[in-house]
Design a protein around this ligand. Structure first.
Ligand code: TRP
Length: 334
């Protein structure tokens, strides 16, 4: 029987593009380490992706791909709840309620909304505006204690906390107030060509990122091309040597060693040799994941079965919170 005292982690990832080495080293690689200590919900937030225009066939494909990738990274579907957001209607239902307790002034301040409105100026839709409310519903439905997020989502989590507190103040304790979760391990991986920017799947220059399912020779080529600096020392110094520092972070994260260990291992070597070694380490790390990923992805029946089971579990948990909310706001319960 599941230990009911385990803290709850909720993580949402959009199936809106390919995942990179940055996502892997920053999050996915470490997720499998959490599964015994925490109760983890991993949600493919397909509903959030509609805030920008999606090709339906591609969205479906990427949703399965994301699930396959979680599994390939060692996330055990028996120990974690892996599910699609759209399979749990309570997300949309709670989102409506929470929207009635969120001020337009709060939503107007969201920097991601402002950015995205600029980038998609032909499609500034209501969903883009209320996106953080749906995200709050995702988190609050499961009484989550902890939410792993990057810097760019901090403001959204803060909003979720504020709305939850507001609701609790009016109606009494209903929602757990979630905290950001910064994993003990987990590196911030920067772009290979512009190491002052985060590695991002939406970058237009493919040399900036490594995909999790990238071919070995492409990985080697991209690391060979990675920018370094005019010096020749393999030393960690983010201000002076951002490129080399990023490569040191990548190597250390892949090998599970400290930066100092990496510096020692490559002391006196040339940049070219170091870059080749990082390429090999990354390719070796990703090869078995790529293989498992492709195998899972082929097995649609298995994935569907798993989604069905996990949706049932998620629905069970979510409907308890939703029922409590409906009761508290005064909806007639049958
Ligand atoms: N907005 C998040 C992102 O783009 C995705 C997300 C949706 C999420 N719902 C969530 C993240 C709930 C954490 C918790 O990265």
């Amino acid at each position: 029987m599941e230990n009911p005292n385990k803290k709850i982690i909720f993580s949402g990832i959009q199936p809106s593009g390919n995942l990179t080495l940055g996502n892997y080293l920053g999050a996915l690689k470490n997720f499998s380490l959490l599964q015994d200590e925490y109760r983890c919900y991993y949600c493919v937030v397909d509903m959030h992706t509609l805030t920008v225009r999606q090709d339906p066939a591609a969205l479906k494909e990427r949703s399965y791909a994301l699930l396959a990738l979680y599994l390939a990274c060692g996330i055990d579907p028996e120990k974690n709840v892996l599910f699609m957001q759209s399979h749990v209607p309570a997300h949309a239902e709670l989102s409506w309620i929470l929207g009635c307790y969120t001020y337009m002034g709060e939503l107007n301040r969201m920097t991601q909304f402002k950015d995205k409105s600029k980038r998609h100026s032909d499609n500034i839709n209501g969903g883009l505006y209320t996106y953080p409310v749906l995200m709050a519903a995702d988190i609050l439905l499961y009484q989550s204690d902890l939410v792993p997020i990057g810097q760019d989502q901090k403001q959204h989590l803060e909003l979720a906390r504020n709305v939850a507190e507001r609701f609790n103040n009016i109606y009494g304790d209903t929602f757990k107030i979630p905290e950001p979760f910064i994993p003990k391990q987990g590196a911030k991986i920067m772009s290979l060509q512009e190491p002052d920017k985060k590695m991002s799947k939406s970058d237009t220059n493919a040399n900036n990122f490594i995909l999790i399912n990238e071919e070995r020779d492409i990985i080697m080529k991209k690391f060979k091309r990675a920018v370094t600096d005019s010096g020749n020392e393999i030393r960690f110094d983010e201000a002076e040597k951002p490129g080399i520092s990023n490569l040191i972070n990548i190597y250390s994260a892949v090998k599970g060693i400290t930066r100092e260990d990496t510096e020692r291992e490559f002391a006196g070597l040339r940049y070219g040799d170091f870059k080749a070694a990082v390429g090999i380490a990354v390719a070796d790390e990703l090869a078995p994941i790529k293989e498992k990923y492709e195998e899972f992805l082929k097995n649609r029946d298995y994935l569907d079965r798993l989604l069905r089971q996990n949706a049932e579990i998620a629905n069970g948990a979510a409907s308890q919170t939703l029922r409590d909310v409906y009761e508290k706001v005064g909806f007639v319960q049958l």
